[in-house]
Write a protein that binds this ligand. Structure first.
Ligand SMILES: [Cu+2]
Length: 162
């Protein structure tokens, strides 16, 4: 009888510890994403610079490169340049929904908050600073009439950093 009591006591104590650890891990997991964007810990991380061009000086309707890859939980500065003689868009709505945008810097202006697409005039440059949150494969395109159809498209992959 006594042994049974001790064994069930151990069992319940073990269960309680497992549940407590699980709850703690769950809360830490949830908290880190929020803490990352809110507390600024992540913002102290030096950014990983990635460059992409919208078209080129010859005016080809392509992105250079047309394949981009990012990792969740890292801070990036995507440096976009339009070296062509006409305006282009960097449109990636689902990608924009899968990241946390810190800011977009262009000229002397910093735009904070959610961004879905950027229009770059000829010779324009803009830096998009963000932290990818959700892994997935996302479509990139230029939404100027006819440009997507002409092949001004690309792929953006977000891979899990865990
Ligand atoms: Cu275009």
């Amino acid at each position: 009888m006594m042994k049974w009591l001790v064994n069930s006591y151990k069992f319940f104590l073990g269960m309680a510890i497992v549940i407590t650890i699980t709850l703690c891990l769950f809360m830490m997991g949830n908290g880190s994403a929020i803490a990352g964007s809110a507390s600024g810990n992540l913002l102290k991380q030096p950014s990983i610079n990635v460059t992409a061009n919208l078209s080129n000086s010859a005016g080809e309707l392509k992105f250079f490169p047309n394949n981009l890859e990012f990792t969740t939980g890292k801070r990036y500065k995507l440096q976009l340049t339009n070296p062509s003689p006409q305006k282009h868009y960097f449109t990636a709505k689902d990608f924009a929904d899968a990241i946390w945008t810190q800011k977009v810097e262009a000229g002397n202006v910093e735009v904070k908050g959610a961004i879905h697409d950027l229009e770059l005039k000829p010779k324009a440059q803009a830096d998009w600073v963000f932290v990818p949150m959700k892994p997935g494969n996302y479509q990139l395109r230029c939404s100027i009439a006819g440009h997507t159809e002409a092949g001004m498209i690309g792929k953006i992959a977000v891979v899990s950093g865990k």
